[in-house]
Ligand binder design. Structure first.
Ligand code: ADP
Ligand code: ZN
Ligand code: ZN
Length: 799
């Protein structure tokens, strides 16, 4: 018997294993591991989707095996490597295999079901519904609406109705209708004669057909030649219409200036040589290079070198750094060989980029976090740029870290990995210290004419701030003036990490809360609404205090919009571009703003930390950080590290070419080491100091960490569960490990659920992994009572 081992699309612990299905004779040559199939499942034999993970042979089976229904793919969507990666990911992230498999695919390939209600016993159906079910089936949504879920459930229990699941195939490729001319010198005269007098469109069409042998149907329609005319011409043998598959290319209408390799400086050359020499080995490099030191140039040349050997390359960048400039550099260097994957693409565009990779038409993948799953084969090099970025970790299940998966893939392919950053994570830097990673450094700017900017710290406590602004120090105002006069460009960053603008009553102190979450609503001026950043709840801005009725209700906090207004008051002549979540919500907006700035349509770019990365414009000579502190005050052990990274990044935007740059950092904590050392652009000193602090308080990278969280609609069951887990964990762990908690989450209630957590810090705990797995297994029972448990290895934050 030929058996397919299938992971079914039912994310529960009981079903988190392959199920055996008989492969029908006619599908024997078709079914392969990595394909999606439709299978019957459970007692009702409902049709669901699954992934074939293995083909096996069986002599006989104790119980009767079900048969596969049909394959959903023509070729496997996951290769052997990615199937194996799913196994690793499952263990690392404590999630179900099916969840991992689906995470790896572009979203158009993820399961989608159409549900419908089917009548099993028409005669037993209540009279009132007989007509409704005249066809035997009704779409699920419609049935719910008309009958109510309770009625459906009752009839289903009685065996009169059932729910059917129809797997929808949605990996639609885009096809374009093309018109092929069949007009030749021989048949032309005959066609001309067949045209009736006055049929001008046909004359026009024939004319065109003699000129262009192949053209989009749409273009004819655009010229006013109707479809009727074309169809008739097809009948008469003038032309053929054929569908042609098309990629939706988001960069189709853009041309990229070709770029050629630069002459490397000595440090770059050494880094490149080291990577080239590691060919065929899964060696990890940490490339620590100051901003503008030419890391990207090293990546480009290292990639070129593996392409020359016929291999492929993957370059991961944080979502936010995937700027048009970065794409341009890659497309400019490698042209058609580049596939780009990021969240700004539509689902269809993403799917098409993915297919280019899968069909080996693209050899270089540039993409954000999920691009780590790109179906590249024979990888020769993996680059993780800005390796310290937290966006590489997915904040929902499966909680994978793209950097870890990149390292796994490098082992599989025996290829080197470059982790690059101006401010490496302490974890990676510490590994380089211990020679686990090979350490490479770039200490000079790549462009020999560019100097590191001079950085000044402004103590906002000392600063006598002018009456009309609380945002701009005198020094910063003077410098902005100066740049506007010289027609140079200014970048201003408002640090909004852990920060929001809200509405508060001056009389009673009332702050508008979200009805679903324990958090205040954030003011959004563009939509003139108050919005919850956790659950999306939205309501109008109150003009009266809902609590005491006072009309002294005021905005607090400095939103980018408010700063923009202040800026325009101070500098009425300045043109300001603003970049934040509000102005970049629309597709392509991010790119438009940056292009406008590069074309010098504005002299000031004001934005959130979104602007800290990737900008490489020669005329930026001043960078101002309006409030360095907000991220410093977060109750998170990584607060200093994040602040240092952010300040260093944004400072790096200034003076990248001939003109020297200047940076002004406004802060209330001018002595803090994260601020002082970012002023000196001294990562190594920061690393030493911060490691010392981490050591003193037993934080990573000296300890590994795991966060366990329980949530429930009521507070008590969540708390009770975490206390129970705490007692168990105490038994499992050795005395070296430390447990923090149980504590409620900093925002205890989110989307009407209460959260309790513990954090375990440990060095070596051989028992821990199996305990956590078992804990998760047991928690399946709790789920029926609405209690959810999640496990997060190396959480990004402790809150
Ligand atoms: P990073 O990625 O480290 O921030 P980039 O690769 O973006 O640095 O380089 C910064 C700037 O320096 C770019 O404008 C780049 O063209 C230039 N550059 C890099 N390497 C060289 C080099 N060897 N010679 C001249 N210019 C260089
Ligand atoms: Zn009030
Ligand atoms: Zn909410």
């Amino acid at each position: 018997m030929n058996i397919a081992q299938v992971i079914v699309d039912v994310p529960t612990m009981q079903t988190d294993q392959p199920f055996s299905y008989l492969i029908p004779e006619e599908m024997l040559t078709v079914i392969e591991p990595g394909m999606r199939v439709e299978v019957p499942f459970g007692n009702g034999n409902r049709h669901i989707q699954g992934f074939v993970v293995e083909l096996t042979q069986l002599q006989e089976s104790e119980h009767e095996l079900k048969e596969l229904i049909r394959p959903l793919d023509v070729t496997p969507v996951l290769n052997q490597e990615l199937l194996a990666l799913a196994d690793y990911m499952k263990e690392e992230t404590f999630s179900f295999k099916i969840t991992c498999l689906q995470t790896m695919l572009p979203s158009v390939l993820k399961a989608k079901y159409d549900k419908q209600i089917q009548v099993l016993v028409p005669s037993a159906l209540p009279k009132e519904w007989q007509e409704f079910f005249a066809q035997g089936v009704v779409p699920y949504e419609e049935a719910i609406q008309q009958m109510g879920i309770a009625a459906i459930q009752k009839l289903r229990q009685a065996g009169i109705l059932d729910i059917q699941y129809l797997v929808k195939k949605q990996n639609r490729v885009q096809a374009i209708k093309m018109v092929y001319s069949t007009v030749t010198a021989e048949n032309y005269q005959q066609f001309v004669q067949s045209i009736r007098k006055g049929a001008t469109r046909k004359v026009q069409l024939l004319e065109r057909l003699t000129q262009v042998p192949k053209r989009k149907l749409q273009e004819y329609l655009d010229e006013g030649i109707s479809r009727a005319v074309i169809n008739q011409a097809a009948k008469e043998g003038w032309l053929r219409i054929e569908e042609e598959e098309r990629y939706r290319d988001p960069y189709a209408n853009r041309s990229f200036a070709p770029s050629s390799p630069l002459q490397l400086n000595a440090e770059q050359e050494a880094a490149l040589k080291a990577c080239e020499q590691a060919e065929g080995q899964s060696q990890t490099f940490l490339l620590e290079g100051i901003t503008g030191s030419g890391k990207t140039e090293v990546y480009l040349q290292a990639i070129a070198s593996v392409l020359k050997k016929g291999k492929t390359a993957m370059m991961l960048v944080p979502e936010i750094a995937l700027t048009p400039q970065m794409v341009e550099r890659f497309k400019g260097r490698f042209g058609e060989a580049v596939a780009v994957l990021h969240s700004g693409l539509s689902q269809g565009e993403k799917y098409d980029e993915w297919r280019k990779i899968e069909r080996k038409e693209a050899q270089v993948v540039v993409g954000a976090r999920s691009a780590v799953f790109a179906p590249l084969e024979d990888i020769g090099l993996i680059v993780v740029d800005e390796e310290h970025e937290s966006s590489y970790k997915q904040e929902e299940t499966p909680r994978y870290h793209a950097r870890d998966l990149a390292l796994w893939r490098s082992k599989y392919h025996h290829c080197p990995v470059i982790l690059g950053s101006a401010t490496p994570s302490l974890e990676s830097r510490a590994r380089a210290q211990k020679d686990v990673y090979h350490f490479l450094q770039l200490s000079q700017r790549g462009n020999p004419n560019a100097l590191l900017p001079s950085v000044a710290i402004i103590d906002m406590k000392q600063e006598i701030i002018r009456k009309d602004t609380t945002t701009f120090s005198r020094v910063l105002q003077e410098k902005i003036h100066d740049r506007l006069e010289k027609e140079e460009q200014v970048v201003l960053m408002l640090n909004r990490r852990g920060y929001s603008s809200f509405v508060m009553c001056r009389d009673c102190g009332f702050v508008l809360p979200c009805p679903n979450c324990d958090i205040s609503l954030t003011l959004h001026m563009d939509t003139k609404t108050m919005r919850c950043h956790y659950c999306g709840h939205e309501e109008r801005i109150p003009h009266q205090c809902p609590s005491c009725g006072s009309d002294k209700i005021r905005y607090y906090g400095t939103g980018t919009q408010k700063v923009q207004e202040e800026l325009l008051q101070l500098f009425p002549e300045a043109s300001v571009l603003r970049m934040d979540v509000d102005t970049t919500r629309k597709k392509g907006a991010h790119e438009r703003i940056l292009r406008a700035f590069s074309e010098k349509k504005a002299s000031i770019l004001l934005g959130t930390q979104m602007i800290a990365k990737g900008l490489d414009f020669p005329d930026i000579t001043l960078v101002g950080v309006l409030n360095a502190d907000t991220s410093l005050n977060l109750p998170d052990f990584r607060a200093s590290e994040r602040t240092f990274q952010l300040l260093t990044q944004v400072s790096g935007r200034a003076g990248r070419a001939q003109k020297p740059g200047e940076v002004i950092i406004q802060t209330f904590n001018p002595e803090h080491h994260a601020i002082v050392l970012s002023q000196q652009q001294n990562y190594e000193a920061f690393y030493q100091k911060e490691m010392h602090l981490r050591h003193q308080s037993d934080y990573p990278p000296y300890y590994f960490t795991v966060k366990i969280v329980a949530s429930h609609e009521q507070e008590e069951p969540a708390a009770r569960k975490m206390y129970q887990v705490f007692r168990e964990v105490e038994q499992v762990l050795s005395p070296q490990a430390k447990i923090l908690g149980p504590t409620p989450h900093a925002i205890m209630r989110i989307k009407n659920r209460y959260y309790y957590q513990i954090i375990i810090k440990y060095k070596r705990e051989p028992q821990l992994a199996s305990y956590l797995k078992e804990l998760l297994e047991r928690s399946q029972v709790d789920q029926r009572n609405g209690l959810f448990l999640s496990i997060d290895k190396e959480p990004l934050s402790f809150i």
